[in-house]
Design a protein around this ligand. Structure first.
Ligand code: SF4
Length: 91
């Protein structure tokens, strides 16, 4: 059975894919498979105590990244796809 996260990602990717069809072919493969900060409602501050550093999609580093959201993120940030768990352990 598909997980909630899988279904959310598939839905967001479907929307992104429709938009991507109208863009030039020079976009990178990574950009086509990641969700934008805007779509994810990403912010650089925690939300109700929830922060990227406690999310299973967080990839710590300098700079830090996310397995779902494109670009550099803050350990203190948050987005609507937040899911509790050790770093980089979501399947
Ligand atoms: S999915 Fe998790 S780690 Fe990625 S931006 Fe959202 S809250 Fe941060």
């Amino acid at each position: 059975m598909p997980t909630r996260r899988f279904l959310i990602r598939r839905g967001a990717l479907a929307i992104t894919s429709v938009a991507a069809l109208s863009l030039a072919s020079s976009r990178s493969a990574e950009a086509d498979t990641m969700i934008s900060k805007q779509v994810a409602a990403y912010q650089d501050q925690p939300n109700d105590g929830k922060r990227c550093s406690a999310c299973c999609m967080f990839v710590p580093g300098d700079p830090s990244h996310c397995t779902m959201i494109s670009g550099v993120i803050s350990a203190h940030g948050w987005c609507k796809f937040w899911e509790a768990g050790p770093n980089d352990t979501c399947s």
